[in-house]
Design a protein around this ligand. Structure first.
Ligand code: FES
Length: 103
């Protein structure tokens, strides 16, 4: 059964930026883009670098270690050296708070 878990407040994330969020022994990245809030796994699929210090441009996150790029909305790996997509998670906003859905 799926459940919505509270992650943070919308105000916790600057525009065109992300924060790290840890839950249940896993680490995630929560993004604030011009198209809304999104969530992916926090670790780059190349060498497990956390994406929290990465660069957000529109709907793309660039890994801070070797600059692989991923689509924030779909998780798709867009450039080398990453070839495996990021997992993404549904996000909803209620009363200025961000919730992430797990199934
Ligand atoms: S760890 Fe992200 S591109 Fe290498």
């Amino acid at each position: 059964m799926s459940q919505w878990i509270h992650a943070c407040a919308c105000d916790d994330i600057d525009e065109e930026d992300l924060i790290r969020w840890d839950h249940n022994g896993q680490t995630f990245a929560i993004y604030n883009t011009e198209d809304g809030f999104f969530a992916t796994d926090g670790l780059c699929t190349h060498e497990d670098q956390h994406l929290e210090d990465g660069l957000v441009t529109a709907d793309v996150i660039e890994c801070p270690l070797h600059q692989a790029r991923f689509n924030i909305k779909t998780g798709k790996a867009l450039s080398a050296p990453a070839c495996e997509d990021l997992r993404t998670y549904p996000v909803k906003v209620e009363n200025g708070q961000i919730f992430v859905q797990f199934s």
